[in-house]
Design a protein around this ligand. Structure first.
Ligand code: ZN
Length: 499
């Protein structure tokens, strides 16, 4: 190994250790930490973030990075990619004054609690000052990072998806507006024919949990490398390819929520468990982007998990666990139920068809915010107007409206589009896989491993060493193409609703 690269190694090790510690504290915060812990923990996290910042922005790293780039021809493929990743981190952090970075870390660590309280009390004004502060930090950071003339929102988007700027997203969402908005109207007209009252009966929590663990394993979740805990909103935390932590939530009067959340998070977990051993715990040892991650979770949750072929071999088991509630519900009725589309006010509870509209709304709002076209104090009203115009419904209060998502309190602006892009990538992968393997037969036989193996080989193992576009190109000889997503949604719902 080159001397220069070796000298960088100690920074990598330290940076990785700090990041692991921060991630673990975040996980703890969401799952087990007592209520009063957060202020002190926020201080610890701010100190660790400061150390992290120092590690990758010090002069020696910059000098080594320059030297390594000069001799990069002699490096392995992975080492070259690690350098590129380090360069990104450096360019992201270095322009920001150290004090501001630390203050910002403290602010966002505290903000999610303020948001949670404001949401609970449905009081937007309580959240408004801290939201304003976060947004002004984000605007400032974007101006430090961006090139002359680059729009702030494009700079934020790039942090999550390198190859998607406003221009590309505008055309993606335009297609959704033109094709999906009118299609939803047609679907909703036929909604009376689908009865899913089975979902709101009383389902024992312990039994739900047992089934969730079982289905995670059925999908390939490795309990030697992962754990499942509980949290209000399910999520995935990854430390390295042998320590992936996911959560689920269970509601007595909503069977589907727990089942599809665990399938979704298992998709994220399999991605991280599949990262190759030689790159885990390096800068490229995690999923390549948010959209690619969401493609994996949504592929399992929706493409696989809501298909008839998937439930054919296992619906009997679910019926057995919940005899009373499901004995009279046929497989066909269950499949229609889990695919019912109904405009609702909550993004996280949305069905596959209306989901992209929730994202479209957030995208349009964020775009306006960062173009200084609207003021934060007007967000509740703008939120209601957009829900009315795209989904035909209006939330009753701000807790169920503009305050429903945690993202803004974490400073995650530019993140939402990745969810919709993830669904679109999942659909594209689906049509490709159907062409090259007996996809449905595998599902009907309960033989999921060829499907998961294929994803591991073509997506998971590479981590960040390949970009989204490279992964798609290499796998199917075609870059991102949203036509598949529109086709998928239409074909699926035409079948379920017979239109
Ligand atoms: Zn997800």
């Amino acid at each position: 190994m080159s001397k220069n690269f070796e000298a960088l190694d100690k920074y990598f090790e330290k940076g990785m250790a700090l990041q692991t510690a921060i991630t673990l504290l975040e996980w703890d915060n969401e799952t087990l930490a007592p209520k009063l812990a957060d202020e002190n923990t926020a201080n610890v996290m701010a100190t660790l973030s400061d150390e992290y910042f120092q590690t990758y922005t010090c002069d020696e790293v910059k000098q080594l990075l320059d030297k390594c780039f000069e001799e990069k021809e002699m490096y392995s493929f992975e080492q070259q990619k690690i350098l590129v990743e380090l360069d990104k981190i450096y360019k992201n952090l270095e322009p920001i004054p150290r004090e501001e970075y630390k203050e910002y870390a403290k602010l966002t660590a505290a903000a999610s609690k303020i948001w949670a309280k404001a949401k609970g009390e449905s009081d937007f004004d309580e959240f408004l000052p801290v939201l304003d502060e976060i947004i002004s930090y984000q605007k400032k950071f974007a101006s430090y990072r961006g090139k002359e003339g680059e729009a702030s929102y494009d700079i934020l988007l790039k942090e999550f998806e390198e190859s998607f700027n406003m221009e590309k997203l505008d055309s993606f969402f335009q297609q959704i507006k033109e094709e999906i908005v009118p299609f939803i109207k047609k679907v909703v007209e036929k909604n009376d024919k689908i009865d899913k009252s089975y979902n709101q009966q009383k389902y024992d929590i312990e039994k739900q949990k047992e089934f969730a663990f079982w289905i995670a394993e059925y999908l390939g979740f490795d309990f030697d490398k992962g754990v499942i805990a509980e949290s209000a909103h399910p999520f995935t935390t990854n430390l390295h390819n042998c320590d992936i932590r996911i959560t689920d939530h269970y509601h007595e009067d909503n069977l589907e929520s727990g089942i599809f959340s665990i399938i979704h998070e298992t998709g994220h977990a399999l991605y991280e468990m599949g990262i190759a051993d030689n790159i885990t715990q390096t800068l490229i040892g995690a999923g390549t982007s948010m959209a690619m991650h969401e493609s994996q979770s949504r592929f399992l949750e929706n493409v696989v998990g809501r298909s008839k072929a998937f439930w054919k071999p296992i619906y009997g088991k679910l019926q057995e666990v919940f005899k009373e509630q499901l004995n009279n519900v046929s497989l066909q009725e269950f499949i229609e139920g889990i695919n019912k589309a109904k405009p609702g006010i909550f993004r996280t509870e949305a069905d596959e068809l209306t989901y992209p509209l929730h994202i479209l709304i957030r995208y349009e709002i964020e775009k306006m915010l960062f173009a200084d076209e609207i003021e934060t104090k007007d967000l509740p009203e703008i939120w209601r107007e957009k829900y009315k115009s795209y989904l035909g419904i209006v939330p009753e209060n701000d807790g169920e409206g503009v305050l429903q998502d945690v993202h803004w309190s974490n400073g995650d602006f530019g993140y939402f589009p990745s969810y919709a892009l993830g669904s679109a990538i999942a659909a594209q992968i689906y049509y490709h896989m159907k062409e090259i393997m007996p996809f449905e037969t595998y599902l009907e036989e309960g033989n999921l491993s060829p499907i998961i193996e294929y994803l591991r080989e073509h997506v998971h193992q590479y981590g960040k060493s390949k970009s989204v576009e490279e992964i798609l190109q290499d796998m199917m000889n075609e870059g991102f193409n949203s036509e598949y997503y529109i086709r998928y949604l239409k074909e699926k719902y035409q079948e379920v609703y017979q239109i």
